[in-house]
Design a protein around this ligand. Sequence first.
Ligand code: MG
Ligand code: MG
Length: 256
Amino acid sequence: MIIRKSPAELEKMRRAGMLVHQILDTVRGMIREGVTTFDLEVVADKMIRDAGAKPAFKGYYVPAAGTKFPSVLCTSVNCEVVHGMPSAKRVLRSGDIISVDTGVQLDGYFGDSAITVPVGEVSEEVKRLLRVTEESLELAIQQARPGNRLFDICGAVERHVTSNGFSIVREFVGHGIGASLHEEPQVPNYVDRRNENPRLKEGMVLAIEPMVAAGRPETKVLEDRWTAVTKDASYAAHFEHCVAITSNGPLVLTRP
Ligand code: MG
Ligand code: MG
């Protein structure tokens, strides 16, 4: 069942979303050569506590991993697609890209967003990977309107990414979000005809999150049981926003 949110609930989700935005904006400003991914974690963790919010990812349990996720941020560098864990040993170098994904629960409601940021100088092809992935998210957001269907969102990402010669990661998907971090429906970044294609209605909120590989799309999970990497070690980018479907069009809750 897809849970639709009232205007009062959307207002709470907006506040959670804006906290996520502020965290990502702060972290983005810190990213440079020599910084460790744990430096980012420390600042984000403090911002969440200072706001009276709870981290959505820290303590999150997934049976396949068999452990609780240890951090408030997912920091995924280069070929890491998602669920990388901050570490004081992971020093950022010029030429890297880092995806930072975070979620919070504030006043009962969740926000969830991700950005991918270049470190120092990256190649033109890597810049294009980041640009195309972010553009695919914006094209998908534009489809988040009453009367459209889920596949309009999925297809917008898929068309833009594949027509630019990059690959859609298929093992991880976006999701509904609200009083739970992960609600129905799943939001794949490609049209999956095995799934239902519900009509989009006012009050639905979707976390849309294209994950795009420069090379082959297949991923594997590392020994740490969380970090997902591309099998061919090609770079991967990830951008995410929470979007409410309203009669006035798409309302992005995770940016001003
Ligand atoms: Mg996320
Ligand atoms: Mg998400």
